[in-house]
Design a protein around this ligand. Structure first.
Ligand SMILES: Cc1cc2nc3c(=O)[nH]c(=O)nc-3n(C[C@H](O)[C@H](O)[C@H](O)COP(=O)(O)OP(=O)(O)OC[C@H]3O[C@@H](n4cnc5c(N)ncnc54)[C@H](O)[C@@H]3O)c2cc1C
Length: 258
């Protein structure tokens, strides 16, 4: 079982929740810098608290099964047996995870599972391109920190509000650009980036689903970057709670690749 160890405001709309405890050592670990865990959170109206008896819930009251929400491990703290997750406080009132983070108090228990992941900056990459929105910022921040000092390239991050910009540690050769505005403005900024397509280029591109599809079309079709050089998937979808967003991955609307 894990519990909340600290809650830290990183920017007006980004809250760091540090969770830790004995279960830390059972989490699956890898070198991926986009490692993510699934939080199990009680649904509105449910007064269940962890640990959950998932089998019993599935059998007797499936409507009370906790909601799964996906969050990047911003940082692992091995000595303290804890990890940080940075939660965007998006203002959509339907959310479960964002309101949970806003209410989280030190000492409360939290169930989570994982971690999954699929990307890490390759030490032999000659050029990096990282693209994301606010939800991707933790993964981009962790990835930049893991790069060798001589890494080169661009990181471009879209935020709705300039006051949510944060300091990022990154190699000098990685140019960090903030786009304050809409997803359409991010796409325009990416289209304008001076990126040379070469076999050494490695791309990390994750954002809202509709935007991610447009970014994919630009990167693969317009720029001619090999699909294998790009880590790409949607992190969330406008107008969809995560349950729907995940279920739609099995349908045409959820596909990022044509
Ligand atoms: C691999 C992976 C890693 C992720 N890492 C992070 C992370 O580190 N930090 C982080 O904040 N998010 C991260 N996300 C995104 C996060 O899982 C979703 O934003 C999730 O939907 C939030 O859950 P919720 O309960 O707050 O909202 P939900 O109940 O899922 O959705 C409620 C409403 O809010 C909208 N919404 C959801 N997310 C956002 C958003 N970011 N901005 C605006 N509107 C939104 C939905 O469209 C829906 O209309 C990650 C997603 C993936 C797949």
């Amino acid at each position: 079982m894990l519990s909340v160890r600290a809650v830290t405001q990183i920017s007006p709309r980004l809250l760091r929740v540090t969770v830790g405890g004995e279960q830390f050592s059972t989490l699956r670990r890898s070198q991926d810098t986009d490692a993510y865990v699934k939080l199990l959170l009680p649904r509105p109206g449910s007064d269940l608290t962890p640990p959950y008896d998932l089998d019993a819930l599935r059998e007797n009251s499936p409507e009370l099964l906790p909601a799964l929400r996906t969050y990047t491990v911003r940082r692992w703290h091995d000595a303290e047996q804890s990890l940080d997750i940075d939660v965007v406080l998006h203002d959509d009132a339907d959310g479960i995870a964002a309101p949970w983070a806003a209410r989280a108090r030190v000492g409360e228990t939290i169930a989570l599972k994982g971690a999954g992941g699929g990307y890490a900056p390759r030490p032999d990459a000659t050029d990096h391109l990282l693209i994301g929105d606010h939800a991707t910022l933790p993964a981009i921040a962790a990835s930049l920190e893991a790069m060798p000092e001589d890494a080169r390239g661009h990181a471009i991050i879209q935020l709705e509000h300039g006051e949510d910009r944060i300091d990022l540690s990154h190699p000098r050769g990685i140019e960090v650009q903030w786009v304050i505005g809409t997803g359409a403005e991010l796409l325009k900024a990416v289209q304008a980036l001076p990126v040379t397509v070469s076999p050494g280029l490695q791309v990390f591109c994750h954002a809202e689903r509709g935007l991610t599809k447009q970014l994919r079309a630009h990167l693969v079709t317009e720029r001619g970057i090999e699909r294998g050089q790009i880590s790409i998937s949607a992190y969330w979808a406008q107008g969809r709670v995560e349950d729907e967003f995940q279920a739609e991955k099995r349908q045409p609307i959820g596909q990022i690749d044509d």
